[in-house]
Design a protein. Structure first.
Length: 247
């Protein structure tokens, strides 16, 4: 598996864990020999929900996302702010409140539905950008941009009732390795908190299952640029994983 995917996963789970050879409790090698369905088409905005680009609906739509946040989720947030040439930028490396959200229709009432072995069929990074010109209250939405697509890589997620493990096979290798193992908690039917010791240090992803049974895991990073009285721009980069249940 290329370094890019490994690094993203380490950032996502915010945990230091050794990379161990996986004893063949699960036959990932055999499962991986089944060809992936390359005919599956996931648009760049697949299961992405964003505010309407008009005043005052943009603010009204965005504010509804706050209803899904809990005190435990809020404690995980850490942002950096800096100013240059009158523009104030806020950077959140692991955001729970991006402007490009996982569609609420994917929320799952029963956490047991996440339990099982899931094969990654898509992994990509996508940039979404909305902005507003404040004097005229005009909103703009730029075209979505595919930054990277590593869907050909091979990985499996094994989810039990309290543990999340990820196994991957590096390109050109024959053995799967355990890339990470962490406790997890599904928060408010919509977020997955992965942690080692304390939840306040958790890595948080938006997580859900769509109508086709695919597990979607979105890890958003957010940059907001604000020039007071002039404009505001929202950049959300989502590392999106889509898994298919195999066991």
């Amino acid at each position: 598996m290329p370094d890019h995917l490994i690094k993203v996963l380490f950032v996502l789970f915010l945990t230091a864990t050794s990379v161990d050879l996986f004893a063949q409790d699960n036959d990932f090698e055999q499962l991986s020999k089944v060809a992936k369905d390359t005919g599956i088409n996931f648009p760049l905005d697949y299961k992405i929900s964003r505010p309407r680009t008009e005043f005052p609906n943009w603010d009204r739509d965005f504010n509804t996302y706050y209803n899904f946040l809990t005190p435990a989720l809020r404690k995980t947030q850490l942002s950096m702010r800096f100013a240059q040439n009158g523009v104030v930028s806020s950077v959140t490396a692991n955001s729970i409140i991006p402007h490009a959200q996982l569609d609420t229709a994917t929320m799952v009432d029963d956490p047991a539905k996440f339990i099982g072995t899931w094969r990654m069929i898509s992994f990509r990074s996508i940039r979404y950008n909305d902005s507003a010109y404040i004097p005229t209250k005009t909103y703009y939405r730029l075209e979505d941009v595919l930054l990277a697509d590593k869907s050909k890589d091979e990985a499996f997620a094994v989810i039990s009732d309290d543990n999340f493990k990820l196994y991957a096979k590096e390109e050109g290798k024959t053995d799967f390795k355990k890339m990470m193992s962490a406790k997890y908690k599904i928060e408010n039917r919509r977020f997955m908190m992965l942690y080692k010791l304390v939840k306040s240090g958790a890595g948080v992803s938006q997580i859900g299952i769509d109508e086709k049974g695919y597990l979607i895991l979105n890890y958003p990073k957010v940059v907001e640029d604000v020039k007071e009285g002039v404009y505001i721009s929202y950049y959300t980069v989502v590392d999106q994983y889509i898994f298919e249940k195999v066991k």
